[in-house]
Design a protein around this ligand. Structure first.
Ligand code: UD1
Ligand code: UDP
Length: 381
């Protein structure tokens, strides 16, 4: 008898971080691994599924333009209920903090199916930032029976909320498993514009920005500051693979659309994006995952948010949390671009988030918990 494991995800970052785990689970003879995608994202999800060669067993296809958090929650819950009732998984695995994550966990709880939470225990201490992700991950944590915490600090956050240490495994973050599988020193881009950039001659800044709490004024200010920074430094070229959300794209075009040294491009597939990260001078972002990937590649990361739930690389010095004040973004950006000794002092590869073995730890632990293996798993330290 195989253990029936159903992995559930719906957005780009969940797909990137669940893909190595799906691959690992599929390799295990004792596990029947099926994949349910909600398609909270459609195109950005499909691109990841293609790269990792994953064909979903169930596809809820819920994405709508202008979808609200409530739309997503209800559509995911209805869709999951149907699949959970018919397929009857023995464990549902969810990832991180999106609305797909929370709604799928609640639907599993209602069917009394245990939930395994991958990337558990990240906390920002402010329920509105990131919004709604901070609440999504807290609620998922309440619903879960198995907590796969990337770091020791993440485990301790859960312990403070009275989660039993017995139910937590420190695994490292599966994003490092994914990153190591796609970054390659000899990588050649298919995108002509990226191929023509001289990454040694130019200081290339990679920007991403999409968070709900940044929509409107904060995002406009971020883009204005980026535009100024590029105008004042002729050796700088900024690349912004824009998120597909029209709110983000309109603001980017308005405040950075008339600058020859700013390239506003379509979202990149994960393979070119990860390889672009490995070649650029530095990264500016409000993304969660990129705060983990940048440091692993030795790239300074300016976080365009007021706080972070990922303090490990801040402590290591590679990540600077600069907030959304345009003057501060400009100042810190100028220092990183113009002060080479400051830049060199923080551009060091640090890997506090994982060692590339998170997925195999999770798969081994499931087998241990379901009584198929008697070998306890060594945690990530
Ligand atoms: C979602 C997650 C956020 C995560 C982010 C990763 C929630 C509430 N938000 O935010 O936690 O950090 O994904 O990117 O779970 N769109 C497309 N095609 C796509 C993807 C998006 O057209 O492939 C457009 C659609 O118009 C969609 C809009 O973007 O309505 C917003 O997507 P949504 O998932 O609601 O929010 P995100 O900001 O992407
Ligand atoms: N990413 C990508 N293409 C892009 C931008 C980002 O593949 O054009 C990857 C990035 O490497 C990271 C993930 O998408 O692994 C981050 O997703 P996003 O910023 O959408 O969400 P967050 O991490 O903030 O939840």
């Amino acid at each position: 008898m195989k253990v029936k494991v159903l992995t559930v995800f719906g957005t780009r970052p969940e797909a990137i971080k669940m893909a190595p785990l799906v691959k690992e689970l599929q390799k295990r003879e004792e596990i029947e691994c099926k994949v349910l995608v909600t398609a909270q994202h459609r195109q950005m999800l499909d691109s990841v599924l293609d790269i990792f060669d994953i064909t979903p067993d169930f596809d809820l296809n819920i994405m709508q333009h202008g979808q609200t958090i409530t739309d997503i929650t209800s559509r995911v819950m209805y869709g999951c209920q149907e699949v959970f009732k018919s397929y009857k998984p023995e464990i549902v695995l969810v990832h991180g903090d999106t609305t797909t994550t929370f709604a799928a966990s609640l639907a599993a709880f209602y069917e009394k199916i245990p939930v395994g939470h991958v990337e558990a225990g990240l906390r920002s201490d402010n329920i509105y930032s990131p919004y709604p992700e901070e609440m999504n991950r807290r609620l998922t944590g309440r619903l879960a029976s198995y907590h796969f915490a990337p770091t020791i600090a993440n485990r301790e956050n859960l312990v403070k909320e009275n989660v039993s240490r017995r139910d937590i495994l420190v695994t490292g973050n599966t994003v490092i498993d994914a990153l190591l599988s796609v970054v390659n020193d000899n990588y050649k881009f298919e995108n002509e514009m990226l191929n023509t950039i001289d990454f040694n001659e130019k200081k290339v800044i990679l920007l991403t920005c999409h968070r709900r709490e940044n929509w409107g004024e904060p995002m406009n200010n971020i883009f204005k500051a980026c535009n100024e920074l590029v105008l004042d430094n002729p050796d700088v070229h900024l690349i912004f693979p824009m998120h597909m959300n029209p709110i983000v794209r309109d603001s980017a075009h308005e405040f950075m659309g008339n600058n020859d040294r700013i390239s506003l491009i379509e979202p990149l597939d994960y393979e070119p994006f990860a390889n672009l990260m490995s070649k650029v001078y530095m990264i500016m972002t409000d993304s969660g995952g990129i705060q983990e990937e940048g440091p692993a590649l030795g790239k300074p990361v300016m976080v365009l948010r007021t706080e972070t739930e990922r303090p490990e690389a801040v402590e290591a010095g590679t990540v600077k949390v600069v907030g959304v004040d345009p003057d501060k973004i400009y100042r810190v950006g100028m220092r990183l671009v113009q002060d080479s000794s400051y830049y060199e002092s923080i551009a060091n590869a640090v890997n506090p988030y994982g060692d590339g073995k998170a997925s195999s730890r999770i798969a081994d632990h499931i087998l241990f918990k379901f009584g198929i293996s008697n070998k306890e798993v060594d945690e990530f330290k």
